[in-house]
Design a protein around this ligand. Structure first.
Ligand code: IPM
Ligand code: MG
Length: 392
């Protein structure tokens, strides 16, 4: 009695399989990372998104332009504003990233991206894929780096979240086989796992982090998580100087709140969905998702963003100008170090540490705290002070 429905579902499934096999082949073709030093000019795209996105992104771009002024003046760096990644425009075009916006993004080397609203089942908006997820896939930004640091507690974590596969690879292409049966798919590829594992281990080695933890649920999600674990284990063999341990995602989540144990974690490698969830938890210890930036790294492109959403409520309540730009500023610091401006990146992180700890400049998201712009000004004056003290 289900024959016809099953055969429709199988057709859709077959299409997914073909697309994923093709994707794995494309990954194999792209071997090397772009070398920013070899470029005459680095183009930084600034894409505000929607909700509070434009406010906090413009502030972070203003700080970046301030830090990079000399190279902007000499033409080594170009900033480009990219409009149109708003929920209204995406719905009007019925595309997660409208084609003209995508064309502009592809002309850049790195992108500073504000939060974008993601429709979810049941909210009355059309089923458009998240712009983040679409951009990560379209630009093949396979590694999502999310650092969380709490120096006074000895916490120094770097999460390497796989960013294009797992439950997200075909997240908006699940199949309602019948009214009673819905099926989603989880994807793990050899190439996709190998590249994130290598990046995480190389990062650990280059940054003198002694431990890498492979996080998964291979006792239950045996095929895809099992493959992820096995490939990470294989890669770990090339890094005998680094301690490798393995954790199921559930107990790892618990151990992050174990004061005695959590300091031992350093670098994590995780499939996409676990990485999504656990990095919100980790950011909460550091002061909330508003304090955490994220780098989405691919071989050709890279995109830097906040780890939180677009907070449309703040806009609806007329409070957008009080939005906290710290997550975008942290993302901007990651962008600087990614394109080779290590000193500027360190200085920005330092200025953020100072300004975020200052009770006089508290951001509350309301008129009783300082505004996004005031905070940006404070960061810039702190940067000037830091430069002076470095020269002394
Ligand atoms: C993130 C966000 C996104 C994700 C959402 C907005 C689709 O939560 O960047 O962590 O799930 O990846
Ligand atoms: Mg998330």
């Amino acid at each position: 009695m289900y024959e016809e429905k099953i055969s429709v579902a199988l057709k859709a499934y077959e299409k997914l399989l073909r697309e994923q096999l093709e994707r794995n082949e494309i990954i194999k073709e792209t071997k090397d990372f772009i070398d920013y030093k070899s470029l005459d000019k680095i183009i930084i795209g600034v894409c505000g998104g929607d909700g509070i996105g434009p406010v906090i992104t413009n502030e972070a771009a203003r700080v970046l332009e301030f830090l990079l002024k000399n190279d902007v003046d000499s033409g080594k760096i170009e900033f480009r504003t990219i409009e149109g990644l708003t929920i209204e425009n995406r719905i009007a075009k019925m595309q997660p990233i409208p084609d003209d916006v995508m064309d502009e993004l592809k002309k850049c080397h790195v992108i500073l991206k504000g939060p974008t609203t993601t429709p979810q089942a049941g909210d009355g908006l059309p089923n458009i894929e998240s712009a983040n997820v679409a951009m990560r896939k379209a630009l093949d930004l396979f590694a999502n780096l999310r650092p969380v640091r709490i120096p006074e507690e000895g916490i120094d974590w770097t999460f390497f979240r796989e960013n294009t596969e797992g439950a997200y690879a075909v997240g908006s292409k699940g199949i309602n086989v019948t009214d009673d049966l819905a099926v989603d798919f989880v994807v793990t590829t050899t190439e996709g796992t190998e590249r994130i594992a290598k990046l995480a281990y190389n990062y650990a080695r280059n940054n003198k982090k002694e431990r890498v933890s492979i996080i998964q649920k291979a006792n239950v999600i045996k095929t895809t998580d099992g493959k992820f674990l096995n490939i990470c284990r294989e890669v770990s063999k090339d890094f005998p100087d680094i301690i490798t341990d393995e954790w199921y995602i559930d107990i790892c989540t618990a151990k992050l709140i174990d004061q005695k144990r959590r300091k031992d974690f350093k670098v994590f490698i995780l499939p996409n969905l676990y990485g999504d969830i656990i990095t919100d938890e980790a950011a909460e210890f550091q002061g909330g998702v508003g304090t955490a930036g994220s780098a989405n790294i691919g071989k050709r492109y890279a995109m830097f963003e906040a780890i939180h959403g677009s907070a449309p409520r703040m806009v609806n309540e007329g409070r957008a100008q009080y939005a906290d730009p710290c997550s975008m500023l942290r993302a901007a610091a990651m962008l600087l170090s990614h394109i080779g401006y290590i000193n500027e990146s360190c200085k920005l992180d330092k200025a953020l540490d100072i300004c975020m700890a200052d009770p006089k400049m508290k951001i509350t998201g309301r008129a009783d705290g300082c505004s996004c712009r005031e905070f940006g000004d404070y960061i810039m004056s702190t940067l000037v002070e830091l430069t002076k003290s470095c020269k002394d």
